[in-house]
Design a protein around this ligand. Structure first.
Ligand SMILES: [Fe+2]
Length: 336
């Protein structure tokens, strides 16, 4: 039977792959719009007032940003070291799509990728010119330098789709990424591409992408459902007649675009004590915008709580870039 030998929860956002100076490229955008924080939307200036006691101006100076950036790079190196040390045969990644593959015309809650291969490649200039400043600079972490084909896991994907049909899960299925110029974007969504690039360090292994619509209304799945998805994936892996060693990864989060440390630490604590009820009962109002990517952490937890793997937090780094608390909190957990 296949065996899960590694569990990872990791963030994947642009602040991990840009300099502390480049983090500030996103601040004009932060100021120009309102943000979700603790279940409500606030204009930037109101957040500055609301959070004044937290000294976030001091926590987002160049010095503080540089410290946080270094901590993140050390954590990423540790995740990559654990990965290469365990050296799994295949990977199952729970990730989200951010208008890379999926458009509003047809937006499934969950999509299982069952193709033999999938691809990624460099971004053409006309496309990268359309990316916001501060995101564009991070694209090196989401793309190989030349067009590259990766191995999918059609056998396991087929088993998951089939088991799903028997157990009330009607997944969307995909066997090919769309190509430009017909499609507006190209290649592998960053939630998956980041793992291939910065966790596997381009020494890729066959990978099953499970794509969740965490971001976009009106059909983001509930946390309890994501946890159940993880359990389903666990049962399919357990029953897979194969001697392959499997890594399971939850890719996304943590709180952003405004950081909520209390929320993040609650979620990390729940993973540490395998608290299924905490994760299933998370209020979806606390998981808006990018924070919603933590649904991928919940799915991974549903799978990994069923194993006897053990491990701990590698680091939690709230990477503030403004006095309103905008930025992304970075988190890294590994079980082996
Ligand atoms: Fe993301």
């Amino acid at each position: 039977m296949a065996k899960i030998v590694l569990g990872l929860w990791t963030t994947h956002g642009p602040q991990l792959s840009t300099t502390p100076e480049e983090w500030m490229l996103r601040v004009p955008g932060d100021r120009a719009r309102s943000h979700w924080f603790k279940g409500r939307r606030y204009p930037f200036d109101e957040l500055v007032d609301l959070r004044r006691a937290e000294n976030l101006a001091e926590r987002s100076t160049l010095e503080a940003r540089t410290r946080n950036h270094s901590a993140c790079q050390a954590a990423i190196a540790e995740v990559a070291r654990i990965w290469s040390d365990v050296s799994p045969d295949v990977a199952v990644i729970f990730g989200n799509d951010q208008r890379e593959l999926v458009l509003p015309q047809l937006q499934p809650a969950y999509t299982v990728y069952y193709g033999d291969t999938f691809w990624n490649g460099p971004m053409p200039e006309w496309r990268s010119a359309k990316l916001p400043a501060g995101i564009r600079e991070a694209e090196w972490a989401n793309r190989p330098e030349v067009r590259t084909e990766y191995q999918g896991m059609p056998e396991l994907a087929g088993k998951l789709l089939n088991r799903g049909l028997d157990e009330r899960w009607d997944f969307a299925a995909s066997n090919e990424w769309p190509e430009y110029p017909d499609h507006h974007h190209l290649g592998t969504p960053h939630a998956f591409a980041y793992v291939l690039r910065r966790v596997m360090e381009d020494r890729t292994i066959p990978t099953l992408p499970i794509i969740t619509n965490t971001f976009f209304p009106p059909n983001q799945p509930r946390p309890w459902r994501c946890f159940e998805l993880g359990k389903l994936v666990h049962s399919v892996i357990e029953d897979w007649d194969s001697d392959l060693r499997v890594a399971v990864v939850g890719s996304g989060g943590m709180s952003h675009f405004v950081i909520n440390e209390e929320f993040d630490r609650g979620l990390i604590g729940a993973i540490q004590r395998r608290d299924e009820n905490h994760l299933k009962a998370i209020d979806s109002n606390l998981m808006k915008d990018g924070t919603s990517e933590l649904l991928n952490w919940v799915s991974a937890s549903g799978c990994l709580f069923e194993t006897d793997l053990q491990g701990d937090l590698i680091d939690y780094v709230p990477c503030y870039r403004s006095e309103a608390g905008s930025g992304t909190a970075q988190g890294f957990v590994a079980w082996r």
